[in-house]
Design a protein around this ligand. Structure first.
Ligand code: DGY
Length: 422
């Protein structure tokens, strides 16, 4: 085990650039990604608190004036990735993408603060970080829920982080691809095509992105005209938890939080309403067609981390979770294996992802001690046996995607350091 701990630290340090960390050391992701960086910061906090804070500070340096924190920051203007900064054509201080990613920063920051004894200098850095995270959350409330429903929308599958999840299949099928598209994928130069999204997915990703670029990423217009507009239960659950953690931190640092507190109350009751009791499953919603989306995705279980105030429902969710991978050796697969959309190898359509296991573990440990210990131990042993990869097969544990994957290393460090927490 201790070898893996040292290896995890080495991976993070090996992937580290000036003030930020790449998701991997191969050429697949040569930039700073939003939610990767949050998880990475947590990993650093176990051996270098300054690197942890710096990782977050660098990410927030890329925050736009309106509050949005982009999903990618292209610090060194590398062009070996598609779509790189030359095609997004945006960014405030740092060239960036024009969309965002799951706002997990507050969740991670709260843990970092709890785990460490901070000095005055670090406290003042945290105060600055907190103000920026607050602005980011307010941006979500203002621009991604303009009709004040209590649920925020994502406007591009990349915003979810689970890019080619079957959750997006129906909304994506409605998108007709721009005929003039002219781009060259770079991901297939460094990874297997059967482990990556399809060409039609990329055609649609680019079509949506082009639509956003045409209106200069104006957040009002994006919400109005986006050909993709989905209220996803997993994403909203992460935002709810992040809001709950954020107001605790704002309170501690004597900053006001009324708007966020109001949003929390509304969001909590709206997420509960997304549970469909006939089929015993959470639904997401395509706002462009008003259709429900029914996909047995592991991300629906992010509702556990949201700590919904409804024990009966939480128990149902946990029972469903226990059935998600009943016959598989490794869990949790991104999609329930008996579902028609399941694909063992294709990115977010089946493989096991460490961040999903970690998020679910965080959500279940105060609700089902025995099962949460199982999740933690199985996740640790998957990594100890197979190493730090991007994703794994739920059937035989075979490894896929990038190697030396930073968030797998970072979250492993958190799990082993908390080995006896419950
Ligand atoms: C990719 O390039 O696959 C990323 O997930 C997009 O954010």
């Amino acid at each position: 085990m201790s070898n893996r701990i040292e290896e995890a630290k080495k991976i993070l340090l090996g992937n580290r650039k000036k003030g930020y960390t790449l998701p991997t050391n191969n050429k697949l992701y040569p930039a700073q990604w939003n939610w990767d960086s949050a998880f990475i910061a947590l990993g650093y906090s176990y051996f270098n608190i300054d690197y942890a804070l710096e990782e977050i500070e660098t990410l927030l340096e890329g925050q736009w004036d309106d509050g949005m924190v982009p999903h990618i920051l292209f610090h060194d203007k590398d062009t070996s990735y598609f779509p790189n900064h030359t095609t997004w054509k945006c960014g405030k201080n740092i060239p960036s993408s024009g969309i965002t990613q799951p706002p997990v920063l507050a969740i991670v920051l709260k843990k970092i603060i709890e785990n460490n004894k901070l000095n005055a200098d670090q406290d003042s850095r945290i105060l600055k970080i907190l103000k920026k995270i607050k602005k980011f959350h307010e941006w979500f409330i203002k621009f991604r829920d303009p009709n004040k429903t209590g649920l925020v929308s994502i406007l591009h599958p990349w915003e979810s982080g689970y890019d080619n999840s079957p959750i997006w299949d129906e909304p994506m099928n409605n998108i007709s691809v721009d005929k003039e598209l002219n781009y060259q994928r770079r991901d297939l130069e460094v990874s297997n095509s059967d482990e990556r999204p399809l060409k039609i997915d990329y055609d649609r990703y680019v079509t949506i992105r082009d639509q956003f670029r045409d209106v200069n990423y104006d957040p009002y217009k994006l919400y109005e005209l986006s050909i993709f507009n989905v209220v996803d239960v997993g994403f909203n659950s992460l935002f709810l938890k992040a809001n709950k953690d954020l107001i605790e931190l704002l309170n501690k640092f004597k900053l006001n939080f009324e708007e966020i507190e109001l949003f929390i109350a509304k969001s909590e009751s709206e997420i509960i309403k997304l549970y469909n009791h006939d089929i015993d499953e959470f639904i997401s919603r395509d706002l462009n067609t008003n259709k429900d989306i029914l996909i047995p995705s592991i991300t629906n279980y992010f509702t556990l981390i949201a700590d919904l105030k409804n024990n009966k429902l939480n128990n149902k969710i946990i029972n469903n979770l226990k059935n998600h991978n009943l016959n598989e050796k490794y869990f949790f697969s991104t999609i329930k294996p008996d579902h028609e959309s399941f694909e063992e190898k294709r990115y977010w359509r089946g493989p096991v992802w460490i961040n999903c296991n970690w998020l679910i573990y965080q959500g279940i440990k105060n609700k089902d001690k025995e099962y949460s210990i199982k999740i933690k131990n199985e996740t640790i042993s998957l990594i100890e046996n197979k190493g730090f990869h991007e994703y794994y097969s739920c059937k035989d544990g075979s490894v896929m995607g990038a190697n030396n994957f930073s968030w797998s290393a970072a979250l492993y460090l958190d799990l082993v350091n908390k080995k006896n927490e419950i």
